[in-house]
Design a protein around this ligand. Structure first.
Ligand code: ADP
Length: 402
């Protein structure tokens, strides 16, 4: 079954065409950027073929998806003859609020539910919805499935997801912790369990999705118990440009001192803070690791802060779950930075991590166990693959298996 996976952002569309037929094959993938700006750029890569780049104006998502379908069916760079070969579409949807506890087939009510969550994810949900509507226009009647970034964390109990605010505000506005990266946390935890022959439903896992956006999750007996991102993805760890957890009182104080309005505060906490704000150099981990090696003190401080906060969360989750059996690293940093993994894991002897410094080195793009064979708590690096999860959920839902 050929499934198109779409991840629509406000000005970009990431896509993959996969064939799930007992085996799971990636046929093509690509990225279209600068939608609605000008000189939009599509980079397309079909399995076994050269990369292909198109630059042309793409005013909206429908035109963008149409362009992607054209490339997928083109003689030279395509992988299918007609769009009718695509049997279903899976969409990454940022926010499912409390409506969506799992992936679901899109119908009128589901679209309405996604629309209702726009208030919670004003940058992402409108684009996700546009992707769904565009697909309806372009291939009428095609089954579409929505896979939510938040749904895996819907198992969090109220004592974990509520903030210490008046309960009436939760009732009125649904202000609570939702968590994000759910698809990735679940995928890497399950994959690590498969590799280690551990029962996902019976153990205590901490997953560290460390990328530009970064979050940690505590997964107990197959269910998300807590996660570091909250009502929005700005909470928790220190990220590329986001501040992570902060005393709300400090925000009030700064808003007053710097005469910031809501937009100013938003820019401060989402774009100017985190690794770039501390280091004054870059939000990119590679730049910071290089700078720190050359003796830049602020880059070193930013790295120390990043690592310290990951360690603190793991420690807190160990207490919250009554121990940890398995820790998994993923995301651009988690998969590639042996430095971050070493700095974090070398502090985790107290929860039974016997870290293997040699195995930790040079792992780019490979799944691996990075603890010694007798380590009480195992640590793994797993390459995440959110598109594959979306394709699998789409396959199972369309075939009535989920
Ligand atoms: P996003 O949240 O945008 O999906 P990614 O998961 O792609 O982010 O992660 C991007 C981060 O991964 C960047 O900070 C980048 O520096 C980091 N990264 C990628 N490769 C390496 C590497 N070899 N060493 C250290 N960090 C890396």
């Amino acid at each position: 079954m050929k499934i198109l996976v779409l991840n629509c952002g406000s000005s970009s569309i990431k896509y993959q065409l996969l064939d799930l037929n007992g085996e799971e094959n990636l046929l093509a993938k690509g990225l279209l950027e600068r939608i609605g700006i000008n000189n939009s750029e599509l980079i397309h890569k079909a399995a076994g073929k050269e990369k292909y780049k198109i630059v042309q104006d793409v005013p909206d998502h429908t035109v963008g998806i149409n362009l992607i379908l054209k490339v997928l069916t083109s003689k030279e760079y395509g992988v299918i003859h007609t769009v009718n070969e695509i049997q279903a579409v899976g969409h990454r949807v940022a926010h499912g609020g409390e409506h969506f506890k799992k992936s679901t087939l899109v119908d009128k009510k589901v679209k309405q539910g996604i629309e209702e969550c726009i208030e919670l994810a004003p940058l992402h949900n409108p684009a996700n919805l546009k992707g769904i509507m565009s697909m309806e226009k372009l291939i009428p009647g095609i089954p579409q499935v929505a896979v939510f970034d938040t749904s895996f964390h819907q198992t969090m109990p109220a004592y974990s997801y509520l903030y210490g605010l008046p309960y009436s505000l939760y009732e009125k506005y649904k202000v609570r912790r939702y968590g994000f990266h759910g698809t990735s946390h679940k995928y890497v935890a399950q994959k690590a369990c498969n590799i280690l022959d551990l029962d996902f439903e019976k153990i205590k896992i901490v997953t560290c999705h460390l990328g530009n956006g970064a979050s940690v999750a505590a997964i107990k007996n197959g269910k998300s118990l807590d996660t570091s991102m909250g009502f929005t993805p700005v909470d928790g760890l220190i990220m590329g440009t986001r501040c992570g957890s902060i005393d709300p009182g400090a925000i009030l104080y700064l808003a007053k001192k710097e005469h910031l309005n809501l937009e100013g505060v938003n820019k401060l906490i989402n774009k100017e803070s985190g690794m770039v704000g501390i280091s004054g150099i870059s939000s990119d981990m590679r730049d910071l690791e290089d700078a720190a090696k050359k003796g830049n003190e602020r880059a070193k401080l930013a790295l120390d802060m990043f690592n310290f906060r990951v360690v603190k969360h793991i420690g807190a989750y160990s207490a919250a779950m009554g121990g940890i059996d398995l820790i998994v690293f993923t995301g651009g940093i988690g998969e590639n930075s042996s430095f971050v993994r070493k700095e974090v894991c070398s502090k985790l002897g107290f929860i039974g991590v016997d870290f293997d410094y040699d195995k930790n080195e040079g792992l780019r793009g490979k799944d691996a166990i990075i603890t010694k064979p007798d380590s009480k708590t195992k640590v793994m690096v797993i390459t995440t693959n959110e598109e594959l999860v979306i394709a699998r959920d789409t396959y199972n839902i369309v075939n009535g298996k989920l």
